[in-house]
Design a binder for this molecule. Structure first.
Ligand code: ZN
Length: 381
């Protein structure tokens, strides 16, 4: 089956998909194009636009004719909203925003389905799924969460078609963004006209920063074997507006990342306890806006889906796919976590995701497509 993979089709479809701009939250045009391409290869296609009209969910289905598992190839059609030079192909490499992250990988999913359709009989169902609210901060996978939790989407196995081009991603961290507002009552006042002992929001924010540093030191001692240690990170501090005015507010913005074994609820509780301590000590009010981006993820490398993918990679490349963990988050967490649908990551290796110049080699698109096809063959065997 892998001999049927067509490099020119992969190149052309990737170029076509990246030629339609689709920043997070604005993917309707490319979603309809993607749906047409799935229809053309003979898939039954649904475009779900009732819940998220600006980012329709595209679901293409190929039914095999006998009983078997429903296997999903999943990806996102949105890209980061960072300008890029017009798309081109040069020396066997496709350039453009979204080539690597991840319209190229979605082209691989289409080509996989095309080959499966051409070959004919297979057990179960092959599904290509594409969403449009992946990249934070514009998206947090709200559409995928809706599809799985409210729309009742079901499947038996999922390959998320990004990450892990030359490693088996057995774990990744969970991520939440945090915005902390430290305040005192009343208006900003002259430094000398403010009652002695008034709670000082910047001083209190300093106590929060110290508490994060102390907790980070403890966390650094606990290394998860695949993803390393958990972190508190602050990227922004805003407070005060004039050198001798007593401020009313200070705002801290950052991230909290946690390892498998921990979870969002526990992270939320820990952070609220920490902030309550500083509020009590300083007399300032502290508000927390903590938002989940993705839960953490972990899969047993000897799970049948894992071994199918790892075996497929070996079939195609002759090399082993070494087990590893990554710190960044992605969508397998949605399927694999609370929905209980086993999910793995694998995609073509591109360059410059979120960077100024983004690209994917056509040879990598071909390789990844072959790995998907061999994974399917192994799951069907
Ligand atoms: Zn991506």
């Amino acid at each position: 089956m892998i001999d049927l993979v067509d490099a020119d089709r992969l190149r052309d479809l990737t170029l076509e998909l990246v030629s339609v701009e689709s920043p997070t939250g604005d993917t309707a045009e490319v979603a309809r194009l993607f749906a047409r391409r799935l229809e053309q290869i003979g898939m039954d296609v649904e475009v779900l636009d009732e819940a998220f009209p600006a980012t329709p969910i595209v679901i293409g289905r190929l039914r095999g004719g006998s009983a078997g598992p429903t296997v999903v190839l999943d990806g996102h059609l949105d890209t980061v909203p960072i300008p890029h030079a017009p798309p081109t192909v040069e020396g066997g490499v496709v350039y453009g925003r979204g080539t690597a992250d991840m319209k190229g990988p979605l082209a691989c999913a289409v080509e996989t389905a095309r080959v499966v359709k051409e070959r004919g009989q297979f057990p179960g169902e092959l599904v290509v799924l594409a969403t449009g609210l992946h990249e934070s901060p514009g998206g947090r996978g709200e559409d995928l969460a809706w599809l799985l939790r409210e729309h009742g989407f079901e499947a038996d196995a999922v390959v998320v078609c990004e990450l892990g081009g030359d490693t088996f991603v057995a774990a990744h961290m969970g991520l939440a963004t945090m915005e902390i507002t430290v305040s005192r009552p009343g208006q900003a006042t002259h430094e000398l006209k403010t009652a002695a002992g008034s709670p000082h929001p910047i001083t209190a924010a300093g106590r929060v920063i110290e508490a994060f540093a102390a907790r980070s030191e403890e966390l650094a001692k606990q290394q998860h074997p695949l993803v390393g240690s958990e972190t508190y990170f602050l990227g922004e501090v805003h407070g005060g507006d004039f050198y001798n005015r007593f401020p009313t507010e200070c705002r801290l913005v950052g991230t909290r990342r946690w390892a498998p074994g921990n979870d969002y609820a526990a992270v939320d509780a820990e952070l609220r306890t920490l902030l309550a301590g500083v509020a009590e000590e300083t007399g300032c009010a502290i508000e927390l806006d903590l938002r989940l981006v993705r839960e953490c993820y972990e899969i047993d490398p000897s799970h049948p889906l894992s071994t199918a993918l790892r075996g497929a990679y070996e079939d195609v490349t002759g090399e082993e796919l070494p087990v590893a963990g990554v710190k960044i988050v992605a969508d397998a967490a949605f399927f694999h976590g609370d929905c209980g649908i086993p999910a793995v990551y694998h995609g073509p290796i591109g360059n410059g995701a979120h960077g100024d110049v983004e690209s994917v080699p056509v040879a990598e698109l071909v390789r990844a497509t072959k790995v998907y096809l061999r994974t399917l063959e192994r799951l069907w065997a």
